[in-house]
Write a protein that binds this ligand. Sequence first.
Ligand SMILES: [Zn+2]
Length: 240
Amino acid sequence: MRRWLFWICLFVFVSALVAVPDLKRTNTFVADGFDLPVGKPAGEGYYMARGFLSYHPGEDWNDVRGGNSDFGAPVYCIGNGVVTYSQDARMGWGNVVIVRHAFLEGGKLQMVDSMYAHLNQIMVKKGQQVKRGQQVGTIGTNRGMYTAHLHYEVRKNLFIGINRSRFAKDLTNYHRPSQFIAQRRQLPGAGRTASVPIGTYATDQSGYQIPQSDWKPGKKDKPAARPDRFRVNRFDDIGY
Ligand SMILES: [Zn+2]
């Protein structure tokens, strides 16, 4: 009887392990507020050249002096968090950094991703802890594709990563970046840490699948499996 009990316990234990989704987590400092990513901390010397639009779920920021005057200028992290993506994504994007933030609002822990694109230089690595106002890179042109500017986004949906074309470019998946920041300059929780999921992007090698409980597709989101899913649509996912 003892022997059977051992095997039954082992079976239950292994079943429980298999049932738990392969979602890795890491601790990061709670964001105690958010700043603009250029002209630290409130965008001084910069202006929004292109806002949040149906085809452009982020904002473009430029130096008021125009042209390429902001080429090589510092890009700062909007708040405390952990780097979840840091590499050259090529195509319309170029060098991209994405940071995951946890913050307290209405007594609840919330999470967003901030994305910084077309960087000339990347200065942080995936998995690195970053602080509010820490430099993550410099403003670039994506190999001369654009006049130098920063494209940045704030995402509610933590599964987008660099696969933006799969998700509706609307407020179900994104925040209006500057509005998000303006409403959250100071937040509680300074010095506290929080556990955040990592490895949630389709591009992550873990092959992590989005659990229905974590994210339900919006009406305009495209299904995950499509017959043409391996065809790269260079212009659908162009970063601007
Ligand atoms: Zn843009």
